[in-house]
Write a protein that binds this ligand. Structure first.
Ligand SMILES: [Fe+2]
Length: 187
């Protein structure tokens, strides 16, 4: 079951420093300022009928293991969460997407920005998709996923995609068609 696609960006995404980033030697997830994204990139999203309504910056230490979770609060306003992850300095990072076994339960935990997040025990789930994520992807954040970093200090700008006209989140079913000219396959 496809839960992510590699994307060949036709424009550059310029890295920037997020306002509240302090490097204290730990892995971090920090809200990022959307108005700092370069205009060429914004224009490309607009050309696909897209915008974004939230962004997160990740600073992930070598070999850091992120727990299994979905990118939405239980009582949050959104039932869709298609994200574009733009990664820098990532070598051998593995992401996996999972399904909960029938008789197993979710749990909750607090993430790096103080939100209550739905999480899962690894042994309660089975893998449905996985890949080495060392280049931009789109993926389904409403499917259980996790990340195990490789040997480098990874940075990732994670963008929540919406429709430009309505501000609604796009659905995972819509995503392959929207990005059809930019999806690349690799072994
Ligand atoms: Fe996530």
């Amino acid at each position: 079951m496809k839960k992510f696609y590699y994307i060949n960006l036709p424009v550059k995404f310029d890295r920037f420093q997020v306002d509240n980033f302090i490097d204290d030697g730990t892995s971090k997830e920090i809200p990022m300022e959307l108005n700092k994204v370069n205009s060429e990139f914004i224009d490309w999203l607009h050309s696909l009928g897209l915008s974004m309504n939230m962004g997160r910056f990740f600073h992930v230490l070598p070999h850091h293991k992120m727990r299994l979770h979905i990118d939405s609060k239980d009582n949050g306003p959104y039932k869709n969460c298609v994200k574009m992850n733009i990664v820098f300095n990532s070598v051998g990072t593995i992401m996996k997407w999972w399904e909960l076994k029938p008789d197993k339960q979710k749990m909750t935990y607090v993430n790096g920005v103080g939100e209550i997040i739905t999480g899962y025990n690894e042994e309660d789930c089975y893998v449905i998709d996985e890949g080495i994520i060392d280049q931009p992807i789109i993926f389904d954040g409403m499917t259980i996923h996790n990340l195990v970093n490789g040997s480098t200090l990874r940075n990732c700008y994670s963008l929540y995609l919406t429709k430009f006209e309505t501000g609604e989140r796009i659905t995972w079913e819509e995503a392959p068609n929207i990005f059809k000219d930019y999806i690349i396959t690799r072994e």
